[in-house]
Design a protein around this ligand. Structure first.
Ligand SMILES: Cc1cc2nc3c(=O)[nH]c(=O)nc-3n(C[C@H](O)[C@H](O)[C@H](O)COP(=O)(O)O)c2cc1C
Length: 194
């Protein structure tokens, strides 16, 4: 077996093909509870200084999507959107088979782990979760927007001390996401120091 055929190399190739897939391109079936549990296990493997677990995921599926859609529509109206805009926001909640709210719990007074390290752990968990979804054959996209700061929405998803980062839309992708080398590629992201 050559180096490039090793299971690890194949897994890496699969990871390099991950792109975000938005709600418009996600259909049933969404991930099962066991598959969601695997995604969370992958998130738990992200680096986390002090093992503070500064994040939580909340799964929205089935009938709960309608409640989320109502909240999204109400937030849109409160933000001054017209009825068409409110329906568009409701649709964003209803369309993905599964939505996962991402919550951060940052301990601002922690003696060893500053807030930026805890936020890094949140990002790591999010990336691992999305990578696992991709490896299981699902598409997903992290979304936020002004509605994360809507008081009713924040209260519905988060406990005191938590920040609602946004939602991961998840489902079966209707198209294979791909793209050119973005963000300037490796040259923009890596330089040799010294
Ligand atoms: C915390 C967070 C919030 C985001 N919110 C939005 C959003 O509201 N709308 C959006 O189009 N992309 C948002 N993105 C970016 C997309 O999730 C995605 O990363 C981006 O479209 C690049 O696609 P890629 O994952 O294929 O590189 C957000 C990303 C993060 C990490």
């Amino acid at each position: 077996m050559s180096g490039h055929d090793k299971p690890q190399a194949l897994a890496l190739q699969a990871l390099l093909s991950r792109y975000s897939v938005g709600p418009r391109h996600l259909v049933e079936p969404g991930p099962s509870e066991d598959e969601l549990s695997l995604m969370v296990q992958a998130a738990l493997r992200a680096p986390d200084h002090g093992e503070l677990l500064p994040w939580r995921f909340k799964i929205v599926r089935g009938a709960a999507r309608q409640r989320m859609a109502d909240l999204f529509a109400a937030a849109a109206r409160a933000a001054g959107k017209d009825e068409a805009g409110a329906q568009l926001d409701a649709e964003r909640a209803l369309r993905p088979p599964v939505t996962v709210a991402v919550l951060a719990r940052i301990d601002l007074g922690h003696p060893q782990v500053p807030a930026h390290e805890q936020w890094a752990a949140v990002g790591g968990a999010l990336a691992q979760f999305l990578a696992a979804a991709h490896l299981l054959g699902y598409g997903g996209k992290m979304l936020s927007g002004a509605k994360v700061r809507d008081a009713q929405i924040a209260a519905a998803f988060s406990e005191p001390g938590e920040t609602l980062l946004g939602w991961i839309a998840l489902g079966t992708p209707t198209r294979r996401a791909q793209g050119p080398s973005r963000k300037g590629g490796v040259d923009a992201a890596m330089t040799i120091w010294g």
